[in-house]
Design a protein around this ligand. Structure first.
Ligand code: S3P
Length: 449
């Protein structure tokens, strides 16, 4: 474990930070490229550990993935075509990655493949029955540990039954797993999501030639209809920067006085930008400049300037569009005038860590007053005053907890240490270097500035 310390800043953050590629889109470009015929060229892929685990899993099942030796290059996936996957020679280790696990379960389920997935201590605690349940209804055989946890073995079937499934939890991962299995069916399947979640799978599969329709109902739900057995053709994919990773630099700029930061080519898919809407409601100076499209995803250059924030009640309907951003919102809320109320957070309990508890514990340790309920969090802002800091945060294998508290350290009175910075590699390997290039002061213990 490598500890890191974030020291309080006396000068603003300024400049341009190129945030790495979107994690969700990177996983999907690899998986759909592996299923499609021909070659999928991927530019801007996230070279983080989670995505590497997906690549290795696909290689173990027969896809060819050419990765350039130097970082930041173009990757090429040679697909095996629908039905071309093979049983891997050994268990597949997926590290910390819930997205790899849940999407691969659906992808493998439709073909006569037997694969066992394992993961790290965090992933091994996370619920997988939410995916097994619809897949089993479709005819996939799944053997899991402890009622639905990893290690877990998926035995795909030659023919799957179509399904009409309503998601009991708002989860793009479960939706995507069902969509992937539905591609292997003869007929049509539907997935209804009471609260719409990120739609990267639908967008990219359509781009590759699948027949997938999304229909918004008057009650706010979304019905996704998938026609089985499409012809999928690999296409060039340009991966935009990840709005969930950009969020750390955005909030850092908001809380460090005088800051002005530009984050180019970030996905502004409306199902991902809940945090930015919330911060704007809190009074943040955030502008989306140069809005355009990149491989079917809306993107913009995001400009953030230091702002006085005020506490608000975060609309519950917005939770799925900012599901990964509550740790960093907790940090922003600490600097606001008044209290920020967050509710509908039950899914945070089953992320890479119990994130709700981790946010509450970390803020309290840093001297911020926060109250936690079963699925709620209230943070009393310090009216622009600096929190005490001067604490060590246990990251519990959760990259977003690690980065959030390093950001808090930038505007606290005393430095904030995190016990394990290695976990950041899952989604944002160059985080400390890139933040330091903007003016942050993140160092190893004992390292001089
Ligand atoms: C993801 C969906 C979200 C999110 C995760 C990535 C995806 O999870 O938390 O980081 O790529 O589909 P759920 O869909 O389970 O909420």
């Amino acid at each position: 474990m490598t500890a890191l310390v974030s020291h309080p800043l006396s000068a603003p953050l300024s400049g341009t930070l190129r945030v790495p590629g979107d994690k969700s889109i990177s996983h999907r470009a690899l998986m759909f490229g592996a299923l499609a015929a021909g070659v999928t060229e991927i530019t801007g892929i996230l070279e983080g550990e989670d995505v590497i685990h997906t690549a290795e899993a696909l290689e173990a099942m027969g896809a060819q993935i050419a990765r350039p030796a130097e970082a930041g290059g173009v990757w090429h996936v040679t697909g095996v075509g629908l039905g071309g996957l093979k049983t891997p020679a050994k268990d597949i280790y997926l590290g910390n990655s819930g997205t790899s696990t849940r999407l691969l379960m659906g992808l493998v389920g439709g073909y006569p493949v037997r694969a066992t997935f394992t993961g790290d201590a965090s992933l091994s605690k996370r619920p997988m029955a939410r995916v097994s349940k619809p897949l089993e209804q479709m005819g996939v055989k799944i053997t899991a540990t402890d009622g639905g946890k990893l290690p877990l073995t998926v035995e795909g079937a030659e023919t799957l039954r179509e399904i009409s499934y309503t998601l009991p939890v708002a989860s793009a991962q479960v939706k995507s797993a069902v969509i992937l299995a539905a591609l292997a069916c003869e007929g049509e399947s539907t997935v209804t999501e009471p609260e719409p979640t990120r739609d990267h799978s639908e967008r990219m599969l359509r781009f590759f030639g699948a027949n997938i329709k999304s229909e918004k109902k008057p009650d706010g739900s979304n019905v996704v209809t998938v026609k089985g057995k499409p012809v999928l053709t690999g296409k060039p994919v340009m991966v935009p920067a990840d709005p969930s990773s950009a969020a750390f630099a955005a909030v850092a700029a908001l809380i460090v006085p005088g800051s002005d930061v530009l984050l180019p080519q970030v996905s502004i898919n409306p199902l991902r930008t809940g945090l930015y809407a919330t911060l704007r409601d809190m009074g943040a100076d955030i502008t989306f400049e140069n809005e355009r499209e990149l491989s079917g995803e809306p993107v913009a250059d995001i400009r953030v300037r230091h702002s006085r924030l005020k506490g608000i009640k975060v609309p519950e309907a917005r939770v799925p569009s900012m599901i990964d951003e509550f740790p960093i919102l907790g940090v922003a809320a600490s600097f606001a005038e008044g209290t920020t109320y967050m509710s509908g957070l039950e899914e945070l309990r089953v992320k890479e860590s119990d994130r709700l508890a981790a946010i509450h514990r970390g803020l309290t340790a840093a001297g911020v007053t926060a109250r936690m309920g079963e699925s709620t969090l209230e943070v009393d802002g310090l009216h622009g005053a600096k929190p005490q800091g001067g604490c060590t945060i246990e990251t519990h294998l959760d990259h977003r907890i690690a980065m959030s508290f390093l950001v808090l350290g930038m505007a606290s009175l005393a430095p904030i240490e995190i016990d394990d910075a290695d976990t950041i590699n899952t989604s944002f390997p160059a985080f400390a270097t890139l933040m330091n290039a903007l003016g942050a002061d993140i160092r190893s213990i004992g390292e001089t500035a």
